[in-house]
Write a protein that binds this ligand. Structure first.
Ligand code: PLP
Length: 361
């Protein structure tokens, strides 16, 4: 038995979560977002498992090319588009679709000489102010591109929400209104919803939804409201106990002696640390699971190890410890360190083994 961290990836949970997307947005096609190595889950494995998706979305050209090199034939959309006209022949050759979000890209497409026309997702900035054409320039860009032989007819029209994870925020309605107002009269399938849009804003579903985090079994919502569907965590991060020891009252534990035993107790040392991507700054008391029971982390997380207080319980060297996933939502750990589950999932380092299991549960 290797006493090192393992990320168990439950591939059936991935399919389950995709079915939940379909249930919430039955009229929409699904662009499954696989950027950042499928949120740390392994891009190719995830792509192979999501045969039922209608398209895949990635952030960057190299991500799309590695999907193609891995044998993926489904439509792939470059969510950041391209940055240099040099990339266009490769995009055509690999049959990739592009998000066009700024004027330079419009100019480059119009000026290019391409072997075949490309599929354009024309993005409007409706308030996020990250990527997207200004609303007042949207119609002109559309007209210019539609006259270019380099674009396939039938564009996709898209935008991205800033605050869809907050059901209370008025921003999403404002963004929807901006989008419909400035895209009036333009033909094309519409795509607006990320996971939060899928979960909380049915009016945003339209022809294409773009879920990421929810496919991995994690809700992006700020208010963990009652959901009509159930998501199953895809990644369970575990490791094993490598030592168990007794400590007297008043002793301190770990670097900086940041925790002191209030009474005599027993500690289990777990083989995972920030060198594996577990956050170093978790506070004392952050939970882990052993045999399904919660135990608190005590003292600072080291590079390769952390310690938990097991009291008098029968936890032994070799026992499995769950850091997040099944039975312990990653969102709970993220909240402890003031971040979002996306970041924790993406931060797993290559030192962690990945075990893909399609028969779990
Ligand atoms: C990352 C991304 C998504 C997916 O967002 P989630 O919150 O993970 O669902 C959708 N659309 C675009 C443009 C993105 O960059």
């Amino acid at each position: 038995m290797l006493r090192k961290p393992v990320a168990r990836i439950d591939l059936t949970a991935l399919q389950h979560n995709l079915r939940q997307v379909r249930q919430l947005a039955p009229e929409s096609k699904v662009l499954a977002v696989l950027k950042a190595n499928a949120y740390g889950h392994g891009m190719l494995k995830v792509a192979e498992q999501l045969q039922q998706a209608d398209a895949f979305g990635v952030a960057r050209l190299d991500e799309a090319l590695s999907l193609r090199a891995g044998g993926v034939v489904k439509p792939i959309v470059l969510l950041e588009g391209f940055f240099d006209a040099d990339e266009l022949p490769q995009i055509v050759a690999s049959n990739l679709q592009v998000v066009v979000h700024q004027q330079e890209q419009v100019d480059a497409i119009v000026a290019a000489e391409l072997d075949a026309p490309i599929r354009v997702w024309l993005k409007m900035d409706t308030g996020m102010h990250r990527l997207g054409l200004m609303p007042e320039h949207y119609q002109t860009a559309y007209q210019r591109l539609s006259q270019s032989p380099n674009c396939l007819p039938a564009f996709r029209l898209m935008s991205h929400f800033a605050c869809a994870d907050d059901r209370q925020s008025p921003d999403t309605q404002a963004q929807l209104q901006c989008f419909y107002h400035h895209s009036q009269g333009l033909a094309g399938e519409v795509s607006l919803a990320n996971s939060a849009g899928v979960l909380a804003w049915p009016e945003s579903h339209q022809q294409w939804v773009r879920p990421g985090i929810m496919l991995y079994g994690v809700s992006p919502m700020l208010q963990q409201q009652a959901m009509p569907i159930e998501l199953k965590p895809v990644m369970t991060l575990c490791s094993r106990v490598i030592a168990v020891r007794s400590i007297a009252a008043g002793e301190t534990v770990g670097y900086g002696s940041a925790w002191q035993t209030p009474q005599a107790t027993r500690l289990a040392v777990v083989a995972i640390g920030y060198g594996d991507g577990y956050p170093r700054n978790v506070p004392n008391g952050t939970p882990v699971l052993v045999h399904g029971k919660r135990y608190p982390i005590v003292g600072r997380v080291s590079m390769d190890m952390l310690t938990i207080d097991i009291g008098t319980d029968a936890v032994q060297s070799g026992d499995e410890v769950v850091l997040w996933g099944q039975g312990l939502p990653v969102a709970e750990i993220a909240a402890k360190v003031g971040t979002i589950p996306y970041e924790l999932l993406c931060n797993i380092t290559p030192r962690v083994d990945f075990h893909y299991n399609s028969s779990a549960l």
